[in-house]
Each structure stands twice: as C-alpha cells, then as structure tokens.
Design a protein around this ligand. Structure first.
Ligand SMILES: NC(=O)c1ccc[n+]([C@@H]2O[C@H](COP(=O)([O-])OP(=O)(O)OC[C@H]3O[C@@H](n4cnc5c(N)ncnc54)[C@H](O)[C@@H]3O)[C@@H](O)[C@H]2O)c1
Ligand SMILES: [Zn+2]
Length: 360
C-alpha cells in the first residue's frame, strides 16, 4: 500500500529529491529509471536483508542487479569491508552506468556511499535508509565515511545521492533503542531551527514512542525538510551546516570515550544536548527556561544509558575532535528555541562541569 509521498528537494549541484512515505520500497524501479541506472548494486546488512529484502528484490525484478550482504552495524565501516565491496562491484561488471543502492542504516549508508564515491572515480548512489537516524539525518547531505582504526569517520567524501527513498513502514521492525536514538536527532532539528515543531514533539512524545504511522511521517518529513534546507545553503559544512552539530561536541567525545560500543550515536547526542544546555546557561546564552524545556523533552524519550566515564577521559576525546577550531572545541548553543550561536571560547571549567552533569 502506498500512502502519500512527500518529495523534498535538496538544492545542491546537481539537486536531488528525498522521497518519503509508507510503502515506497516496492516502488523503487521507476526512480532508478529516472536516474538512468542500468544496473543496481545493492549494499545491505544481513538483518535488513532478512527483514525487508524481499520487497526490494521484488521491485528490482527485470533489472540487472547484484546483492551484497554485509554484517550488521558500525563494523562495516572499515577498509577491509570497503575493499570487499569494491571487489564485488568489479566482479558484477559494474561500470559508470551502474548505481549503488545503500539499503540499511547509517553504517551501510556511509560505507556504500563512500564505495560509490570512489569506484571508477564516482558512480551514483541511491540512499534507501532503514533506520530512523538514517532517514532523518545520515541519508541526506552527502557525507560518506569509514573509520580508520578507532578514529571515527576519519576517511570520507562528500558524495550527494542521486535520490533518497525513505520508506517509513520499515521502521516498524527497528529495536526500541535504535528508534529512540533516532528521535533525539529529530528533537535536535526542532531545537535548532523550528520552535513550533519542537513544541509539537514535546506534546506528541507518546504518539512518537508508540510509532503512530502519522506521527512517524510527520517527524521524518519535518526533520528532512530542516536538514535539506541547511544542506542546500551549505553543502560542504563551511558555515551554517555546523549548527547541525548541536549536542555533537560532547556527544562525539562521549561516544569516543566508550569506544563506540557503549552509547548509540543518538543517545550520545541526547546527553550532548543536555550538556550544551548547561554550558549555554552558564555562558548566559541559554535561558534557564529554554534549558529546562530542552532537557525535559530529551528525557521524555529516555531512558538514556549511564555514561560511566571520567571527566578527564571525555576531555581527552574532546581534544582530538576533528572539528575543533585551532585546538578549541566549538559548541553550538541555543540562544532561544530555534536559534543558535557557535562559540569556541567556552572555558574548560564550564566544559568539565557540563560533562560531569551527564556522566556518572
Ligand atoms: N553521513 C552522515 O551524515 C551521518 C549522520 C549521522 C550518522 N551517521 C552514521 O550513521 C551510523 C549510525 O547509523 P544507525 O543509527 O542507522 O545505525 P546502524 O546502521 O548501525 O543500524 C543500527 C542497527 O539497526 C539495524 N537495522 C537497520 N534497519 C533496520 C530495520 N528497519 N529494522 C530492524 N533493524 C534494522 C541494523 O542492522 C543495525 O543492527 C554511524 O556510523 C554514524 O557515524 C552518518
Ligand atoms: Zn548526529
């Protein structure tokens, strides 16, 4: 069944569309024809393939295609898997007319997008995200990456997708923890850009948490619109796009301190937003009322795992963040709901205080 389809345009060069709606997976054929792909190289994970592969396979009937199944999760973002995927592209006879279909969560999207960007100096990628985090964030904007040892996302490219096809009905099978992790990125979008949407999230937590289909469509569409607008204005993160890093400065440091095994990305961002609210209040940028609303909203979508790291461990990770400016971490802070400022002059004692507020 296909309910309504929303098409959101991302104005990069060239522009592309993000399509979202229920049941889109089985309608992917015409979109591939639209981008003139002669072969589909599907890169997916075992879990996604088992749960939703038959719909995509059905939609690709009659199409020349290869199906590349990888293990689950973050571990696919490494050189060995990249090498394996590129070899499989070559064995499948892939050429410039082929397109990669990244069918999975953000890990698959990042790896497959990177592989597409380097194979034959770049072939198109169609992002078909299957986690909430990938639908509202990772699939839009063209960032691709793999990890270098323990250095997260250190190797990557900007490679905008030819099209993004987000079927919200696949989110039904997502684990509660992965689903909630995606919701934190959704709240972030409202907090930095859209106060009305933020208020709606505050009031609609029960519907969002029970995955009411209409609520899911609303949050996916709203978050994609916000990301699309920001990416259109700043495709390579030279200015405006940095506001998407709200909650990510301490969030990334917490993820790194846990060796990327303790916290999911969205959970780390949730704790990072709480920390950024603390810093904002102590720098007289965020009012206590705004901080309180943000923190209560985040906690409605909990529980958050305990972040059992020492402050000095997190400070060390913060120092090696690749987004530091002249060695100082930059912080996106809320001056009011829907409006941000970026500061790289936050004193260390305030950073430590904020870290202590979200760690045990
Ligand atoms: N490129 C970007 O702009 C960007 C932005 C944010 C995050 N990321 C990256 O995204 C990655 C995290 O992505 P993620 O949170 O989607 O995690 P993930 O891709 O690791 O997926 C999480 C788990 O969900 C499973 N899964 C996927 N779809 C499912 C479904 N429909 N039903 C049931 N299970 C399903 C996966 O198999 C996996 O086990 C990180 O590597 C992060 O760096 C990239
Ligand atoms: Zn993020």
């Amino acid at each position: 069944m296909v309910a309504s389809v929303q098409a959101i345009r991302v104005n990069t060069a060239p522009p592309y569309e993000v399509l979202t709606g229920r049941g889109l997976l089985s309608r992917i054929g015409p979109f591939l024809r639209q981008i003139h792909a002669t072969q589909a190289l599907v890169v997916t994970s075992r879990r996604v393939s088992t749960l939703h592969g038959s719909k995509l396979k059905g939609a690709l009937k009659g199409y020349r295609s290869a199906w590349i199944e990888l293990p689950d999760g973050e571990r696919v973002k490494d050189m060995r898997t990249l090498d394996r995927v590129l070899q499989q592209f070559a064995r499948a006879g892939a050429d410039r007319g082929s397109c990669v279909i990244a069918f999975g969560g953000g890990s698959i999207g990042d790896l497959a997008g990177f592989a597409a960007s380097v194979y034959m100096r770049g072939i198109p990628v169609v992002q078909v995200p299957t986690t909430l985090l990938a639908q509202v964030d990772a699939s839009v904007g063209g960032k691709t990456a793999i990890n270098l040892g323990s250095a997260k996302n250190l190797v990557g490219t900007f490679h905008q997708p030819a099209i993004v096809v987000s079927d919200t009905s696949v989110l039904k099978t997502l684990s509660d923890r992965d689903f909630r992790a995606g919701l934190f990125e959704v709240i972030k979008c409202g907090a930095i850009c859209d106060p009305e949407f933020f208020s709606w999230c505050e009031q609609s937590a029960p519907k969002m948490l029970t995955r009411d289909p209409a609520a899911i469509e609303r949050i996916v569409t709203a978050a994609i619109r916000i990301k699309a607008e920001i990416v259109s204005a700043d495709p390579t993160e030279r200015g405006l796009r940095r506001i998407l890093n709200f909650g990510h400065t301490i969030g990334h440091a917490l993820e790194a301190a846990g060796g990327y095994r303790t916290l999911l990305h969205g959970e780390a961002v949730a704790l990072g937003m709480i920390a950024a609210a603390e810093i904002g209040v102590n720098m007289d940028i965020t009012s206590p009322e705004v901080a309180e609303r943000l923190i209560s909203c985040v906690l409605q979508f909990g529980p958050l795992p305990k972040a059992k790291f020492s402050t000095s461990m997190v400070m060390r990770s913060l120092g090696s963040d690749k987004k530091s400016v002249s060695g100082r971490p930059h912080f996106v802070l809320l001056d009011k709901l829907g409006s941000t400022v970026i500061r790289s002059d936050v004193p260390d004692d305030l950073i430590r205080h904020a870290i202590r507020s979200v760690t045990t």
